[in-house]
Design a binder for this molecule. Structure first.
Ligand SMILES: Nc1ncnc2c1ncn2[C@@H]1O[C@H](COP(=O)(O)OP(=O)(O)OP(=O)(O)O)[C@@H](O)[C@H]1O
Ligand SMILES: Nc1ncnc2c1ncn2[C@@H]1O[C@H](COP(=O)(O)OP(=O)(O)OP(=O)(O)O)[C@@H](O)[C@H]1O
Ligand SMILES: [Mg+2]
Ligand SMILES: [Mg+2]
Lengths: 256, 256
């Protein structure tokens, strides 16, 4: 039975998509069959794995709003063991379109109940907000993975984010756990990075992954080629860090 | 009569807050009386100017949802000629709470009609989404200022953003103009930065500001001291760039 992980942080630009795409690719490389779901209308994860978001006909939008069966929206990628449900810009309207639907916060959870049996891990990339799309992901998830940029504004949002996780656990999904906090874009030469890491370690020591993802331009180049870092530049520090992170993630969250 | 500018981009982490705070500070230094409005529930602009978001009693939330008169939510900052309407986390619920309110997209425009006479420029910092808060800002605005990080995912979102501006102009606010596109976090040593800039210059040459904001760690340190860069490290490249940008912005948008 696979685990469902929501990659979320309402702070923008902290590395949610980069983490979702590269964790999915690294897990599939380590023989864990993985499904990546793009729940962001920006559809960055969709283009990050080489799909053209302007040519997508079946997406998570069709599944959530137009009742397309989930299995019909799943597409394979160029890499073994990694499948994707893409997103489209129409998803922006989901907040309003889902208002009339009964039990709108739990649509995704019900749809994934069966799919969970076909994968070792399902990873959901969330938009930078605490709206109905993110709530659906948190309702369906076994664990929350929170990337955090080593910067001051990102630090400010962390307490708010953990409060939201507690609220969802209390009201919507009682078994929602914390998969962990991952430091991203870390530049250990700066005081700011070290200060932010120290601060987070002080308040949430039990949640932090040992692996830290360094800032590396190769990581931000890879999406323009539609590839995870592992397949764009396997020898780069970005590829090594995400592979190492995937191994730590498997130990902590998948029990392997 | 002052101009109202919405700083927006649905892509997260592109420098919206950093631009809103530092443009407001630079304009007030250049003797333009400025009001900064924080429309983001993350309340980063609020803490970026030294206010404690946990101690705010009157905010943009009280104005939009609880009908507090706008003038009562305005607070002064430590710097002459710069005032602020802070935000709070409760604003997250505004999407749902405003649903019952008549003409919910135009609340802010009506409220600012009078306030506009008291300032040379009103700057609105938007959240990373195209929700009712951003629509309210675009409905009230004379122009849209779009920060864009010199990275691939940020480039992808630009076309979508300009489509949204056209939609708002056609349906909600016929005189909404484009204040401009500002390159942020530019690292001219990397190919990626140069490629993204070339791409944007090819498609939207008439919108781009000449001033480019470089990546500089001092800019990301300033918010942890609750100060705009001008008052944190006036001699830094970040302070010079935003002051230079404010001068160009005044020429293009305020007609001075
Ligand atoms: N470790 C890293 N080193 C360098 N650049 C990175 C790194 N991780 C992410 N980036 C780049 O930083 C930008 C922000 O990352 P990303 O888009 O993954 O964040 P996000 O949290 O998904 O953003 P959003 O809030 O818009 O969904 C992207 O341009 C990405 O390529
Ligand atoms: N020119 C720059 N050089 C270095 N760091 C920067 C620069 N501009 C912004 N930053 C930092 O990058 C991060 C993202 O910037 P900021 O928070 O202003 O973006 P935003 O678009 O407002 O994000 P959100 O989408 O969450 O509202 C912040 O930690 C900020 O301090
Ligand atoms: Mg993303
Ligand atoms: Mg912001």
């Amino acid at each position: 039975m696979g685990k469902i992980i929501a990659v979320t942080n309402q702070k923008g630009g902290v590395g949610k998509t980069t983490t979702a795409v590269n964790l999915a690719a690294s897990l599939s490389r380590l023989k864990v069959k993985t499904l990546l779901i793009d729940m962001d209308p920006q559809a960055n994860a969709t283009s990050g794995v080489g799909l053209d978001r302007n040519k997508i006909e079946k997406s998570i939008y069709s599944v959530l709003v137009k009742q397309l069966p989930l299995a019909e929206a799943i597409v394979s990628t160029s890499w073994d063991g990694m499948e994707v449900i893409p997103s489209v810009a129409d998803l922006t309207g989901a907040e309003i379109e889902l208002l009339e639907i009964e039990d709108r916060n739990n649509i995704l959870r019900k749809l994934l109940a069966k799919a969970k049996e076909n994968y070792g891990c399902i990873i959901i990339d969330c938009p930078p907000s605490l709206n109905v799309l993110t709530i659906n992901a948190l309702s369906a998830a076994d664990g929350v993975l929170m990337p955090i940029q080593c910067e001051y504004y990102a630090l400010e949002g962390l307490t708010q984010l953990l409060k939201t996780v507690d609220l969802v656990r209390a009201n919507i999904n009682s078994h929602l756990g914390v998969a962990g906090i991952l430091f991203t874009m870390a530049d250990l030469r700066t005081n700011l990075t070290r200060q932010v890491m120290e601060e987070v370690r002080k308040y949430f020591p039990e949640f932090i992954f040992k692996t830290v993802i360094p800032r590396s331009v190769r990581l931000s180049e890879a999406p323009s080629f539609g590839k995870p870092i592992l397949y764009y530049d396997e020898a780069s520090i970005g590829a090594e860090s995400y592979l190492q992170f995937a191994k730590e993630f498997m130990e902590r969250n998948l029990g392997v």
